[in-house]
Design a binder for this molecule. Structure first.
Ligand code: FMN
Length: 336
């Protein structure tokens, strides 16, 4: 399980560089800025959040603790922030969204079978999801050698619960990673802009495109109807040697920042990293593994702790940088 959560694709170069990229950026703080109380609040697609730090969609939370996604949803609720539920959760979306507060979004993969994909969207709408996050960087699964070596499987009793009623709840048996086999068997490999177009026309919910690496793609996704984009390389789990997200974020912001909201994830580990992402033009960041580690250590209170530590660090970074509000922050903070 540790390897499944921690690992990345192939040599894990992107995995490492995501984190070191944020570390290398330096904060050129202002002095004597007269900062009193800081305000970390913001909005995502018009919905208020107490801080620009959201829970990224990650699969299989019941590997971390028995309460799984219910614990994560409650932790995000306590933190007053956005929770994005993975399509590949171990708990059905209806149960999770009943525990989650607004904003609650559903992350979707496009299945080969369009009826299955549509059924997931319909159920998400009915269960109270307020946006669909379409992940576009996984037409196939990047080779994760740790999972191949460990022959990754779900333990007995755990399933891809959202897909169970649709006959796709089990990971196939066989050589190597059973998740890789599942993706090969079920995800649409030739996903294209036509699929984004189809999705935007099939739901009343706003569509967020997750997995953007380039400015030209960002513009095109916005033209095809995306209301927001996530600059992401899936936490270094898909294409190894894809650039660190902090490197590409400014290009995506310059290309499409006027067209839609832009979020970023990958390797964000400290509140100071969050402030750097905001300085580069992100509206919010998503956090993947740290929340999973919190769940592993202590379930819901562990995830809650992770989110409050990040909030505290962001607040401290704002104080020390001379920023009262997130809107005070822009690229000046990263330049001498
Ligand atoms: C264990 C694990 C499972 C993930 N599952 C999904 C998923 O089901 N859907 C998705 O869009 N992204 C998934 N991701 C990617 C995350 O949404 C996010 O992009 C990434 O974790 C951010 O990097 P970080 O973990 O360094 O914060 C997963 C990441 C991890 C670590």
């Amino acid at each position: 399980m540790c390897d499944y959560y921690e690992g990345g694709a192939l040599d894990e170069i992107t995995l490492v560089e995501n984190t070191t990229g944020w570390e290398r950026l330096k904060l050129h703080y202002r002095i004597l800025a007269g900062v009193g109380t800081r305000d970390t609040s913001s909005t995502v697609l018009g919905q208020p959040v107490s801080m620009p730090i959201a829970v990224a969609p990650t699969a299989f939370h019941r590997l971390a603790c028995d309460e799984g996604e219910l614990a994560t949803a409650r932790a995000a609720k306590a933190a007053g922030t956005l929770f994005i539920l993975s399509a590949l959760s171990n708990t059905a979306m209806e149960a999770v969204f009943a525990e989650a507060a607004s904003p609650r979004w559903f992350q979707l993969y496009i299945y080969k079978d369009r009826e299955i994909t549509l059924e997931l969207v319909r159920r998400a709408e009915a269960a109270g999801a307020e946006a669909i996050v379409l992940t576009v960087d996984a037409p196939g699964l990047g080779t994760r050698e740790r999972d191949t070596r460990n022959r990754f499987r779900l333990p007995d009793g755990l399933a891809v619960e959202n897909l169970a009623p649709l006959g796709k709840g089990q990971l196939p048996e066989g050589q190597g990673s059973s998740l890789a086999a599942y993706v090969r068997e079920n995800f649409k490999a030739d996903i294209g802009f036509a699929d984004l177009d189809w999705l935007c026309g099939s739901t009343r919910l706003p569509v967020v495109v997750k997995g953007v690496c380039r400015g030209d793609d960002a513009c095109r996704a916005a033209e095809y109807g995306a209301k927001a984009l996530v600059v992401s390389n899936h936490g270094g789990r898909q294409l190894d040697t894809a650039p660190a997200t902090c490197e590409v974020l400014p290009h995506v912001v310059d290309a499409a920042g006027d067209l839609c909201e832009i979020y970023v994830d990958g390797g964000i580990r400290r509140g100071s990293d969050v402030l750097k992402a905001i300085a580069l033009g992100a509206r919010a960041v998503l956090i993947g593994r740290p929340v999973l580690w919190g769940l592993c250590v202590a379930g819901e209170p562990g995830a809650t702790d992770v989110l409050s530590i990040l909030r505290r660090e962001l607040d401290e970074a704002m104080l020390l940088c001379g920023c009262t509000r997130l809107s005070d922050v822009s690229r000046w903070l990263l330049a001498p």
